[in-house]
Ligand binder design. Structure first.
Ligand SMILES: [Zn+2]
Length: 653
């Protein structure tokens, strides 16, 4: 509605809707491939199943208890009882953490039918519901008591950002459980946004993109086209200097150049990525090929020039933002966990639209090296920034205190700005929604984890497979056909770009599997097995010479995992800075580590001027030794440690 009518008491579309047969975070109306959701993909243990379980039993409750402790939950109660004011605890965006937790809990109920998650949804929804104003506005930082008026600081206030996360939570609830109070809260909020900022309303945007994502997906879930139209309005208004200028410049919130004209992602990384994910959504739902082409162009250039080997994005701490092309310093890498999550969101949408496996390759890289890196083993501490080089061990973790710093070298229980833990939680809970797709001809598997995939092809033709694998520890992936129709269909498997020399075995026949997507079309029988062998042995990886911060260095990767050396595996922490490896000796797996041949330059004594005009190298470069490397995602799990991914390589000749 754009005529000002209050919708709060009218029966809405939500009231008629039950849960989705196959709940998934993203359901585009068009695309090359259809995503399979949490009902059709089941993850059963393995690398990711273990992390999902930790998320379910520890992280979700951890997030709720911290938000209670720091007052972000009682902010809603303070609005309800009229006692809130400008001094309420938390940043203006703290409401969004409650909504992201709610979203995670909704996906968890679909994943595991968890009674604890269902109870938490009820608790949180009741408190939020009472704080919603009669016209649908819902925010604990503005518009109540002596607080600043609604929408009086669109650059920094995050009101629409918060609402976007509310709508994503409502979407998850609608798809996993059906219409209920949380869905109604979302519908009232979405109507309020459309009335206030619609074509006849205020021509404004939010400093932090996110409302666009929430509106499109909620609109899809409800069959409510006006919400998608509203998202498109927000996208089209951006890039024209709609927001006030700020010291960091309008590029910080992507209001410097219209998204259709931009060549590369810039500014605050999470903002740029959320905006682009929403742009893909709008493009595919509206058949806007120009907009889709613009985001694809930006993805390609950013991945080619502004992305770390981990898949991490964001080089600058001052604005949590992208740097210039090739500005990828390992020790100053920011790589916010949320930017990793957001990168996956963009890549998944682009993949569904195009079928281009470069997107699913980047998703895998980012999952194993950003998403898996952030949480501690017990799921109660998190990295916010994910640098590629930590010079000295961080301070010992203190699980009782809020960390004021995003970059500390140790995982923290909670942060002053605590966007990353809840973003991780919702991603892990909904991970099954990023694993496989279908089209009219068959089934495609993109991420390898033990579990089952079921899909119904056109004509009620049921297909089911069981995936057996210990990936990434082992490169063998077996797909067992457990149900198949009579007619032929195609099973497709992704072969990562790094997996040159992979092969596939079908019916005892071995065939090479080139990087990209390998498909087998045939009349299947129950009990058929396809075996994909991916070469996950350690390999050396060299950087483009234009990434000057790491020129002359080499990294070691193993399958999808980037490896690192930790100072706790060296005789002394400072040896991290003088280590050099011999790339002529290939790394070898030994036990749970990969060993490289390395030596350590002698450290000069004293504190003299560290530069010299004397040419040449010291004669004594130390003795060669085997040094263990371990997956970057596990660094500092054994306690504070220095760490580096890029290792100076010995020059020859
Ligand atoms: Zn974050």
């Amino acid at each position: 509605m754009t005529d000002g009518t209050t919708q709060a008491d009218l029966p809405g579309a939500a009231g008629r809707r039950g849960p989705s047969a196959d709940p998934a975070p993203v359901r585009p109306s068009h695309g090359v491939l259809r995503p399979l959701g949490l009902a059709q993909v089941r993850i059963d243990g393995g690398f990711w199943g273990a992390r999902q379980q930790v998320n379910a039993v520890a992280t979700l409750a951890h997030c709720e208890s911290w938000m209670e402790r720091v007052g972000w939950l009682s902010n809603f109660d303070r609005v309800t009882d009229g006692t809130t004011g400008p001094d309420r605890p938390g940043w203006p965006f703290s409401d969004s953490e409650v909504y992201k937790l709610l979203e995670a809990l909704c996906w968890e109920t679909a994943r595991s039918a968890s009674p604890a998650a269902e109870a938490a949804i009820g608790r949180l929804t009741a408190r939020i519901a009472r704080a919603q104003d009669p016209d649908g506005y819902l925010n604990t930082c503005y518009g109540h008591g002596d607080q600043p008026p609604r929408y009086s600081d669109l650059e920094g206030g995050h009101e629409l950002y918060n609402t976007g996360h509310l709508l994503q939570a409502a979407t998850a609830r609608l798809r996993t459980r059906g219409a209920d109070e949380l869905v109604e809260i979302g519908r009232r909020a979405a109507e309020h946004v459309c009335r206030t900022f619609g074509a006849h309303g205020r021509a404004a945007i939010c400093g932090h993109p996110e409302i666009e994502l929430g509106l499109v997906e909620f609109g899809r879930a409800l069959g409510e086209d006006r919400y998608v139209d509203q998202a498109r309005l927000f996208l089209d208004r951006r890039g024209h200097g709609t927001l006030r200028d700020i010291p960091l410049g309008r590029g910080y919130f992507q209001d410097d150049v219209p998204i259709r004209q931009a060549e590369v992602w810039r500014g605050h990384a999470v903002r740029a990525l959320y905006l682009s994910a929403a742009a893909v959504d709008v493009a595919v739902d509206r058949g806007d090929d120009g907009l889709l082409a613009a985001v694809r162009r930006q993805w390609r250039r950013t991945v080619a020039r502004r992305t770390f080997i981990t898949g991490g994005m964001g080089s600058r701490h001052q604005d949590e933002g992208f740097g210039d092309d090739w500005e990828l310093p390992p020790d100053r890498a920011y790589c916010e966990t949320c930017a990793g999550v957001a990168s996956i969101m963009v890549s998944w949408r682009l993949f569904l639209a195009t079928g281009d496996t470069r997107h699913t390759d980047l998703i895998e890289r980012t999952l194993y090296n950003v998403v898996a890196t952030s949480p501690s083993g017990d799921g109660t501490a998190f990295f916010y920034a994910n640098p590629l080089h930590q010079r000295l061990p961080g301070p010992p973790a203190d699980g009782t205190q809020v960390s004021p710093r995003a970059e500390a070298g140790t995982r923290a229980a909670w942060f002053d700005v605590s966007c990353c833990p809840t973003n991780l939680a919702r991603t892990l809970a909904s991970l099954a929604g990023y694993v496989a797709t279908s089209d009219d001809d068959g089934l495609q598997i993109h991420q390898y984890l033990p579990g089952t995939v079921r899909v119904t092809l056109p004509g009620d033709q049921r297909v089911a497979v069981r995936v057996v694998t210990d990936y990434p520890a082992d490169g063998t992936v077996e797909v067992h056909v457990t149900a198949t129709p009579e007619r032929p269909w195609t099973l497709s498997l992704r072969v990562p770009a790094w997996a040159g020399g992979a092969w596939l075995v079908v019916d005892g026949q071995v065939r090479p599997a080139e990087p990209g997507q390998v498909g087998v079309r045939r009349r299947w029988r129950t009990g058929d097995v396809v075996r994909l062998a991916l070469p996950v042995g350690p390999r050396l990886t060299w950087p483009d010479p234009r990434i000057d911060a790491v020129r002359g260095c080499v990294a070691v990767e193993r399958g999808p995992e980037v490896l690192c050396v930790e100072s706790r595996d060296l005789a002394a922490p400072q040896l991290l800075s003088t280590m050099e490896v011999d790339p002529a000796v290939l790394p070898v797996q030994a036990g749970d580590a990969v060993h490289v041949r390395a030596r350590f330059a002698p450290v000069p004594s004293g504190d003299d001027w560290p530069y010299t005009s004397a040419a040449g190298e010291p004669a004594d470069r130390g003795d060669w030794a085997d040094v263990p490397l371990r997956p970057y995602h596990s660094w500092a799990r054994r306690g504070p440690s220095g760490m580096r991914i890029w290792l100076p390589a010995v020059r020859r000749g």
